[in-house]
Design a protein around this ligand. Structure first.
Ligand code: HEM
Length: 460
């Protein structure tokens, strides 16, 4: 739809109120988005230069932007800071390039492949159980968030990139060392109205460029090791990197450039590891505050598994654990905003949207929309019984996005999180430590700012 002559200008703050709102947003964007929705409604206009921003919260409007009229919305301006790192990878690319690349890697996420991934996921979860025996016995606190990051990074490295488990430990150390300058750069770009271009030698730009150089060297190492292995063994692997390498080494002329290969590998490391790690951390955090829900998880695990390690085939028989994960993804969605930019003038819920306007959908806000969620701040896995799910608007719950750009790794992530939850919950419970407060922070994804320090206890 284009904008009709009846379309109205969306309400929103102006002048001093706008200035205050932007200041609050820099401190806590999500709380401010929620406040603006409460004050002005489901479409809020922020008259910012160079393009006005529209905060869109109602599931009908979400469905319209991400699905029904998705062709009118590109990823646009707010994806630029991520593109400074990931280039033209699957998350940031558009048009024909995106279509070609998505088709290329899609087979790596086929159902058949997932069964193979499950074995590695189980292996990595069991390694955590093993590693936490000692801190449990000595009551030494562990940083659960850091360990979940390492777990999901290892899974992505092993199953998507075919990396050697031994090498991954060194890779993850390197990535941890450069994570901070990368995040600080992307955050500063995403939250400031103006930032000096990348070529200006500010300290932050300089730290960012140095971190990207380290990242590039690491990715080259992963790619080179894999190329060598392919040449020696003539492997027929079908993981993401194998598919990308085959396209890259295709000499027919239709192949992919080395730069594109690098962009895709960085995208999969970034999109595939951090998101699932945060989702798992928030799940452990919520469970630590809800012992009665933990008891129900234990009852289910004991009834179905009788103490043995779960496999992929067991998961349909563990519906309550799945509901716990779904509810954690509602309250703490790792991806908190889905920004877009309008290609042509449009109309959303009766409001005019000019060309090039920035449209921001926030999972965090829509997942708390009072018309669709009662007591939205409460952790209630029962919201995700099949009956409740069937009754709900499909776009009231969008942790993996919606429409053509919906997450390619959704089934992968759900499989991983379900197996990890089941395996670790069979062995341990956790207690938060009051001296280590847990503060949610948006740094591209929604993470516990200073980690998640907890004590580990043997299951009763
Ligand atoms: C809990 C875990 C995860 C969450 C919450 C999540 C969330 C999302 C969301 C919301 C999008 C859509 C972004 C947009 O429309 O602008 C997305 C896209 C994407 N995700 Fe995930 N993701 C998760 C796990 C994964 C995993 C495990 C992988 C890889 C194995 C992955 C790879 C990607 C890629 C490559 C895209 C871009 C897809 C495209 O545009 O074609 N994600 N993810």
């Amino acid at each position: 739809m284009t904008s009709s002559k009846h379309a109205r200008c969306a309400p929103g703050p102006h002048g001093v109120a706008l200035w205050h709102s932007l200041r609050r947003m820099r401190r806590s964007a999500l709380t401010e988005y929620e406040r603006l929705r409460e004050q002005f409604g489901d479409v809020v206009r922020l008259p910012i230069l160079p393009h006005p921003v529209y905060l869109v919260s109602h599931p009908d409007a979400v469905q319209y932007v991400l699905r029904e009229n998705a062709r009118n919305y590109r990823k646009g301006l707010l994806f630029k800071p991520i593109a400074a790192l990931q280039g033209q990878g699957l998350l940031t690319s558009e048009g024909e390039l995106w279509t070609r690349q998505r088709r290329l890697v899609q087979p790596a996420f086929h159902r058949r492949q997932l069964a193979m991934f499950a074995e590695v996921m189980v292996d990595e979860a069991r390694a955590v159980v093993q590693e936490w025996r000692q801190p449990m016995q000595t009551r030494t606190p562990v940083n659960v968030a850091e360990r979940m990051n390492r777990l999901t990074f290892n899974v992505v490295g092993r199953v998507l990139l075919g990396a050697d488990p031994g090498a991954l430990a060194a890779y993850s150390g390197t990535l941890r060392a450069i994570a901070l300058p990368l995040l600080q750069f992307i955050n500063a770009r995403a939250t400031r109205l103006w930032a000096p271009p990348l070529w200006v030698p500010t300290p932050r730009n300089w730290r960012f460029r140095r971190a990207v150089a380290v990242y590039d060297a690491l990715v080259q190492q992963i790619i080179a090791a894999r190329r060598q292995a392919r040449q020696h063994t003539g492997e027929q692997a079908t993981d993401v990197l194998a598919l990308l390498l085959a396209a890259c080494d295709d000499t027919s002329g239709a192949g992919m450039s080395e730069r594109q290969l690098r962009d895709e590998v960085i995208t999969f490391i970034g999109a595939g590891a951090e998101t699932s790690a945060h989702a798992l951390s928030w799940t452990w955090y919520l469970l630590a505050h809800h012992p009665e829900i933990v008891r129900r998880v234990h009852t289910e695990l004991d009834t179905v598994l009788s103490g043995r390690t779960p496999t992929q085939q067991d998961l349909p028989h563990l519906p309550y654990s799945r509901m716990v994960l779904a509810e954690a993804l509602r309250l703490y969605p790792p991806s908190v905003v889905l920004p877009r930019q309008a290609n042509a003038p449009d109309e959303i819920s009766g409001y005019a949207i000019p060309q090039d306007a920035v449209v921001v959908i926030s999972q965090y806000v829509t997942h708390r929309h009072p018309e669709f969620w009662s007591e939205p701040e409460q952790f209630q896995p029962e919201r995700f019984t099949p009956e409740q799910e069937a009754r709900r608007h499909r776009c009231a719950y969008i942790p993996f996005g919606e429409g053509p750009r919906r997450c390619i790794g959704e089934a992968f992530a759900l499989l991983e999180m379900h197996l990890v939850l089941a395996i670790i919950a069979q062995a341990y419970t956790f207690q938060v430590m009051p001296e280590h407060p847990v503060i949610p922070e948006v740094a591209v994804t929604l993470r516990p700012r200073d980690g998640l320090w907890m004590t580990v206890h043997a299951r009763q």
